[in-house]
Design a protein around this ligand. Structure first.
Ligand code: SF4
Length: 376
């Protein structure tokens, strides 16, 4: 499965230029595109009929050409620690996940929580990182830009529904959007960068570029391409091993893009964007949590002036790895501290709701598969 041809494309995949062109092709004036965008992203219209400043004829024409929301929320699962996962169904019946993470140190005016939305970029994933549930059933297809933007709108609606009156405006208090959900974002480069454009644009959702992060398993050529993108977004690299030998046991992508190719691409991105890159490093007991790995990681991070985000491993059903105990975590972090490397140890959220990327969706897909099998 790879090609997805929706009956009608989603208007959420369009940018201002492409929408203006489509409107002109429909015999309308191009400037109407700005009005449509305003309805979508400032006035939160969720159907074309609600765009009452447009003529009835244009609203009908838009509804004939485009769908609006190409996904629907079918489940929300709340965990006790400020993590909530949304399971969304796409038009072709596939599922994706979007996770809302709240940290309690946000702006009082926004209800006191800083909110980060973790979006998916593909259905499934081809990269097969050994710690991750998203790749367990392989890659199914890329998400359209509109399906990525729909995750943001549906999450904003979900938050607004829960906090009626407090957060009823665009984005509903979402402070950051990270491409860290299911899929390798840079393997879906065009759709992901289009979604970033819509997130960031004044005519779109108006989210500051520094509040948008792309997290990649390390596709060096696409990192170089992204370095040329003028939007000043943040980049995170799933490193998880500080030598090829160790990284290769966790990240199959390391065979295609070993550290000797990956790290210069990261350096080029950091130089072009003048911004600190983050290395994500999941600590797995007995696999990559040795002090030799910490020393090697410290050297890499020092050289690239990168921040390191240590993430104690979140056990995945069906995988044998374990989280190192707190003493091993501290010893590892101690090496980074001694080397003056900027770092944090992330508290793992959402263990109790299968929040490791892809697990909830995988369960749902398998349930559905079993149900289909039972019916046949
Ligand atoms: S960590 Fe990301 S790139 Fe790796 S398998 Fe999971 S979704 Fe794919």
């Amino acid at each position: 499965m790879a090609l997805f041809k929706p009956e009608k494309p989603s208007v959420l995949s369009e940018n201002l230029t492409t929408l203006a062109d489509r409107l002109k092709g429909m015999g309308e004036q191009g400037f109407r595109a700005k009005q449509v965008m305003e309805w979508l992203y400032k006035k939160n219209a969720r159907n074309f009929a609600a765009m009452t400043s447009l003529s009835t004829k244009l609203r009908e024409a838009l509804a004939g050409q485009f769908s609006l929301l190409p996904a629907k929320k079918i489940l929300a699962k709340q965990a006790g620690e400020g993590t909530e996962k949304l399971l969304l169904e796409l038009e072709d019946g596939l599922y994706i996940e979007t996770v809302i993470l709240s940290a309690p140190d946000g702006d009082e005016a926004e209800g006191g929580a800083r909110m980060t939305l973790c979006v998916s970029s593909q259905v499934g994933c081809a990269y097969g990182c050994k710690f991750c549930a998203s790749g367990l059933d392989g890659w199914k297809r890329n998400l359209e830009a509109g399906e990525i933007i729909a995750q943001v709108l549906l999450a904003a609606d979900h938050i607004a529904e829960k906090k009626a009156g407090l957060r009823s405006r665009t984005l509903s208090g979402i402070d950051n959007v990270v491409f860290m959900g299911m899929g390798e974002p840079l393997a879906n480069y065009e759709n992901v960068t289009r979604a970033v454009e819509i997130l960031n644009a004044d005519w779109g959702l108006g989210l500051g570029a520094r509040r948008i992060t792309i997290s990649t398993s390390g596709l060096a050529p696409q990192i170089l391409k992204l370095a040329e993108n003028p939007i000043q977004l943040r980049l995170a690299i799933s490193l998880h091993g500080a030598t090829d030998e160790v990284r290769g046991t966790i990240m199959p992508v390391n065979k295609r893009f070993p550290l000797a190719e990956l790290l210069p691409a990261v350096a080029a991105f950091a130089e072009k964007h003048g911004r600190m890159v983050t290395f994500e490093f999941i600590l797995i007991e007995g696999v990559n949590d040795g002090l030799d790995q910490a020393e090697a990681l410290a050297k890499i991070a020092q050289k690239l002036h990168a921040h390191v985000n240590l993430i104690p491993y979140n056990p995945v059903e069906g995988l044998p790895w374990k989280r190192p105990n707190i003493l091993r975590q501290r010893a590892f972090a101690g090496v980074l501290k001694k080397a003056n490397v900027s770092h944090t140890i992330r508290r793992q959220k959402g263990d109790d709701i299968d929040a490791a990327c892809g697990q909830l969706r995988l369960r749902k897909e398998r349930e559905k598969g079993n149900a289909d099998l039972a019916l046949n």
